[in-house]
Design a protein around this ligand. Structure first.
Ligand SMILES: NC(=O)c1ccc[n+]([C@@H]2O[C@H](COP(=O)([O-])OP(=O)(O)OC[C@H]3O[C@@H](n4cnc5c(N)ncnc54)[C@H](OP(=O)(O)O)[C@@H]3O)[C@@H](O)[C@H]2O)c1
Length: 246
């Protein structure tokens, strides 16, 4: 996948490079000769080290760690692409709620912290690093189920609501970013249903041709990113380039 719309020798940062989709983004970018440098961030940075990759550590729950990562990356010059591929649907202590009876304040707060607040803090520290006066993209992995108008099946309260909040925060940041760089594009991205640890417990009813490999999802989304223009900033886009209504 060649990202033709970014500057030749572009520099990219992936937050969540240890995840199924995040790791696939790093692999795809490594294969693009136009990409000069990839910064790959994870809680355990050693897990994402590799050729042509500068690994860094960060935790969404610790703003200092995000600020320190941004400061280190800033020393090398401007950034053309930031992808936030972190997120949480379930954990050993938290399952997506099938009913409002299963809702807990603690689970809601954790989901908001990881899926909405963390990505916004990354935006806070990374947007000043984006290149000016040329196309620069900040994309955060959201999900189709964040769409309020598309919600016909209910459930997954904390995940849906935290991703809907993420969409609003991206739209807000996009409006502000325009004043700094009219070429900047800030978007939410839906990867489709992808075979990773996140979706594994919920794949039973998914037809085989609708369950994507991480490589396919990352490649598709990089194609979408390549086609985005400033007019798309603030929106939510699926793996096939389709805009998703909020
Ligand atoms: N898979 C799907 O079908 C699907 C569908 C729609 C949307 N998405 C979205 O796509 C994104 C990537 O999902 P995935 O399937 O690749 O999930 P995944 O394999 O579970 O990866 C999640 C990533 O988030 C990171 N993360 C979680 N909490 C963190 C924290 N406190 N600090 C730093 N990093 C943290 C994980 O890091 P560790 O390795 O340290 O845990 C991991 O890198 C998510 O936003 C998800 O909501 C996925």
């Amino acid at each position: 996948m060649r990202l033709e719309s970014l500057a030749d020798g572009y520099r990219a940062v992936i937050f969540g490079a240890s995840g199924g989709i995040g790791a696939a983004f790093v692999q795809q970018l490594r294969a693009d000769a136009r990409c000069a440098r990839i910064y790959a961030g994870a809680r355990k940075s050693a897990s994402v080290a590799g050729d042509g990759v500068t690994a860094f550590g960060f935790d969404l729950m610790a703003e200092d760690s995000i600020a320190a990562a941004a400061q280190a990356i800033a020393a090398d010059g401007p950034i053309d692409l930031v992808i936030v591929a972190t997120g949480m649907l379930h954990s050993p202590s938290q399952q997506p709620e099938k009913t409002i009876r299963a809702v807990s304040a603690a689970a809601l707060m954790t989901s908001y912290a990881i899926n909405a607040v963390g990505p916004l803090l990354i935006a806070k520290h990374m947007l000043p690093l984006l290149a000016k006066e040329r196309k620069a993209v900040f994309g955060a992995l959201s999900a189709r189920v964040s769409s309020i108008s598309d919600n016909r099946s209910g459930g997954w309260h904390a995940y849906r609501a935290s991703k809907a909040a993420l969409n609003m925060l991206i739209r807000n940041a996009a409006i502000e970013a325009r004043a700094r760089n009219r070429e900047a594009v800030l978007v939410g991205l839906h990867p489709g249903t992808v075979d990773t640890g996140m979706s594994r417990p919920f794949q039973a009813g998914v037809p085989a041709d609708k369950l994507f490999t991480p490589a396919f999802a990352a490649q598709s989304l990089l194609g979408v990113i390549d086609g985005l223009t400033p007019a798309d900033s603030g929106g939510l886009f699926a793996w096939d380039g389709q805009a998703i209504a909020f």
